[in-house]
Design a protein around this ligand. Structure first.
Ligand SMILES: [Zn+2]
Ligand SMILES: [Zn+2]
Length: 100
C-alpha cells in the first residue's frame, strides 16, 4: 500500500451564509512524505501489436481492483485551522472611484 502523509490546513470563516458557525472555505493539503507500497503483487500482462508488456495493476485497473501494493492511502498527519474571521458580502467595486 502506498501511503501519503499529508498536512491539512483548513481556512475557516463566518459569512452571511452561516454567520454563527465557522466553516472551511479553503483547504490546503501538503504532502510531507510518501511511503511507496513496493512492487505490484498482481501485474497485468497486456499485449499490443505483437508486443506484450507487464505493467503494474495500478496503471490498468480501477482503484477497487488493485492489489494491496498499488492501493493509495492518505494519512492526515496534522489538521490545523486558521480562522480568518467574518467575511461580509464581497463588493469588489465598492472602493473604486471613491476618494476617502
Ligand atoms: Zn462562508
Ligand atoms: Zn498492483
Amino acid at each position: 500500500m502506498t501511503a501519503y502523509l499529508v498536512d491539512v490546513h483548513h481556512y475557516t470563516h463566518t459569512c452571511p451564509a452561516n454567520p454563527d458557525e465557522p466553516h472551511p472555505y479553503d483547504t490546503r493539503r501538503t504532502i510531507v512524505a510518501v511511503n511507496p507500497g513496493g512492487a505490484c503483487r498482481n501485474p497485468v500482462t497486456v499485449s499490443c501489436g505483437g508486443t506484450t508488456a507487464v505493467i503494474d495493476c495500478r496503471r490498468h485497473v480501477p482503484r477497487e481492483q488493485r492489489c494491496p501494493a498499488c492501493r493509495i492511502t492518505v494519512i492526515e498527519r496534522t489538521v490545523t485551522f486558521t480562522h480568518t474571521g467574518l467575511h461580509g458580502p464581497q463588493h469588489p467595486t465598492d472602493n473604486t472611484g471613491i476618494a476617502a
